[in-house]
Design a binder for this molecule. Sequence first.
Ligand code: RIB
Length: 294
Amino acid sequence: MKVLNIGSMNLDHVYNVDHIVQPGETQATDGMNIFLGGKGMNQSIALAKAGADVYHGGMIGKDGQAFLQACDEYGVNSKYIKKVEGKTGHAIIQIDKSAQNCILLYGGTNEKLTEEYVDSVIADFDEGDILLLQNEVNLIPYIVDKAYEKGMQIALNPSPFNERLDAVDMSKISYFLMNEVEGGQITGLTEPDDIIAKVVELYPNAKIVLTLGGDGAIYADKDVRYHQPIFKVEAVDTTAAGDTFTGYFLAGIIDGMEIPDILKMSAKASSIAVTREGAVPSIPYRKEVMEALG
Ligand code: RIB
């Protein structure tokens, strides 16, 4: 089973700050780095490092060559990544003293997908393959429809959640992978139990993963529900923790693992990622995750 991830590639400009800057405030930063990121690329690299056969699709500009090198280095198939005119997407990220972040996005070439491009990529995949999507590229409703016609299983990480997702036929989604904020935005509810109950009611054939920050993560479908606590660590940068969880979760599904084992592996992988700076460079290999689990 192959995974096609049509998703963002962002050059993350990461600033270490005392606190997230307030309106009207000017604040000197304690340091700055540029890392490879983008929810799409982070999740592809997590899948590959977890051992899955993953193809990344999306657009970069001339300044995005490093993404192709990263794909080669980490084992992501990059044959569907296209170079187009314009600037590669980027993010401005503040990391505060408690390792929390806030992110400003510039879509750039991530927003340049065309229907012809989507059709040509999806044509190479088969019924049962997984399509993974986030919400940092254009044409999400179109991509969902085309993959569904093809019989692919669609995994959606509705992040960042915005009105662009209103046009998505959510009944076509097989896996929802989201945090409690996004779950709240999809359902209009706030309590994790209520969010899960609503999503199960609306989409009874879907499987749901709801990450809850310090409270861990919940997996649910219409038959079962499991809770996975976090592994407590000293975090330095929480960027890509959710992306790491998503990639590892899907890799576990592909491997046919039991859900509680998948949740444990994904939580451990995320807990390692937050102890390191950056998005892509922070994601651990499966060997390291399994050794840490003992
Ligand atoms: O999920 C983290 C990612 O969100 C960052 O790498 C940034 O690029 C944004 O897409």
